[in-house]
Design a protein around this ligand. Structure first.
Ligand code: HEM
Length: 412
């Protein structure tokens, strides 16, 4: 089989490939798909070798590295080596704790506005609702623009460009065409327009874009040029809203299946919302596998890795492994009571990855998830509006196929 066909087959059904590998490989092992050799790392104690100790021996896997490049450019998700380190230093302050207070206000306002638009007895796709909500939040926190209006247009173009990136996984190595190319063109014009305007007016508007424009590397004094700011803005936009929408969407799914927790959420507020987010990220990790390509011959736990091998660490497997989680399929938010969470083996739970490439938006995501769950649960409960079992469309992120329909009940 050609490499392209192999990759296509592998990525069009990643979840079942990963499950099959997991069933055969309890610790670390290799499976060959034509010319492509895949190594699964399936125990937490070997994870830091890939993500930290031997990180220099690996680059990101082929999906991000090759296929998403026209969309993300040299942004944090896709860049490597020294460029990645420099960019990470520049972007990190925009997502630091002290900025979160302002972002949290935006999150609250947008969530309350969504709840205002809901009525008792309504049925809706909660994943779609969460996508709209996190899109609005990211537009406001990133560019200080509002939905509806400019943000809706930007959102639409980003979605088109992204679905292009997704389609590339099935039919890889083609340049953007038709609608996708037009969307990408418009998006670039718009983002560069916003950047130019912002540079001309100067000052800090309190959003992520201002932070990116003002950032200066303490070691080198370097600032980002327009292309760099565009790449990082696009990366944060895409990486920042879909994953969080899925995490909250799956949280509502789990709560609708276990209505007894709605009362606790209402009574306990943010701390319990955090436990629910974490447990939902365990059972349905939006980033369900981390992929790396070996750039030289190396070894993990003594197991030989060859240059070109694709190495997978699958959250989907580790998070559901009875060796690390008692009754792993049971929804139990109290696993994340602080004293119990401390007993989870290191790297058995890694919804945000680990090492130097750990998710830079993890505090943002957990803050956003907590606020969304808490704000809505004060006013509404949900029940499943369909008996259809959950099915997945696992591409870059773990999306539920056909959404998650729920019925709303307003708290009296
Ligand atoms: C629940 C929500 C989220 C999940 C599950 C998630 C998951 C992840 C994971 C697993 C990685 C590491 C990928 C790898 O090592 O190959 C990652 C990286 C990244 N995430 Fe997130 N993420 C979430 C939310 C966010 C948010 C809100 C932002 C931005 C505001 C964001 C921005 C990024 C960026 C820029 C990277 C690349 C970091 C680097 O390589 O230095 N993510 N994310």
């Amino acid at each position: 089989m050609s490499l392209i066909r192999t990759l296509r087959a592998l990525f069009s059904d990643r979840l079942s490939v990963i499950e099959r590998l997991g069933a055969e490989i309890p610790r670390i092992g290799r499976a060959d798909f034509g010319r492509l050799s895949v190594v699964l790392v399936n125990v937490p104690e070997l994870v830091p070798e890939v993500l930290i100790e031997r990180a220099e021996d690996f680059v990101k896997g082929p999906v991000l590295r090759v296929i998403s490049r026209p969309v993300f450019g040299d942004g944090l998700l896709t860049s490597e080596g020294e460029l990645h380190r420099q960019r990470r230093r520049l972007v990190a302050p925009a997502l630091a704790h002290q900025r979160m207070v302002h972002y949290a206000e935006v999150m609250e306002q947008h969530t309350s506005a969504l709840a205002d638009s809901w009525r008792d007895g309504n049925s809706l796709d909660i994943v779609e609702a969460m996508m709209g909500l996190t899109l609005g939040i990211v537009c406001r926190t990133l560019f200080d623009v509002d939905v509806p209006g400019e943000a809706a247009d930007i959102g639409h173009d980003i979605m088109t460009a992204q679905s292009y990136a997704m389609r590339q996984i099935r039919v890889p190595f083609r340049l953007p065409q038709g609608k996708a190319r037009a969307a990408l063109g418009r998006l670039n014009d718009r983002i560069y327009g916003i950047i130019r305007e912002r540079r001309a007016s100067g000052g800090d508007r309190g959003d992520l874009l201002s932070m990116l424009l003002l950032a200066r590397d303490e070691e080198t004094g370097m600032q980002m040029d327009d292309v760099a700011v565009r790449d990082e803005a696009m990366t944060l936009f895409l990486a920042g809203h879909e994953t969080t929408a899925l995490a909250t969407g799956y949280s509502w799914y789990l709560l609708a299946q276990h209505p007894e927790y709605f009362e606790r959420l209402r009574a306990e507020g943010l701390p319990f919302a955090l436990q629910i987010m974490k447990e939902s990220l365990r059972l349905f990790p939006p980033a369900y596998a981390i992929a790396r390509t070996a750039v030289r011959d190396t070894a993990i736990g003594g197991f030989p890795i060859r240059e070109g091998d694709l190495v997978f660490i699958a959250q989907w497997l580790l998070h559901r492994d009875p060796r690390y989680f008692e009754e792993p399929m049971r929804f139990d938010p109290d696993r994340f009571l602080p004293e119990r969470e401390a007993q989870i083996p290191r790297y058995a739970y890694l919804p945000f990855g680990g090492g130097r490439r750990i998710c830079i938006g993890n505090h943002f995501a957990l803050t956003e998830g907590q606020i969304i769950l808490n704000t809505i649960a004060q006013r509404f409960r949900m029940e499943p509006a369909s008996r259809r079992p959950l099915r997945f469309e696992p591409l870059i992120t773990l999306r539920p196929r056909g959404g998650i329909p729920v019925r709303l009940h307003e708290n009296k």
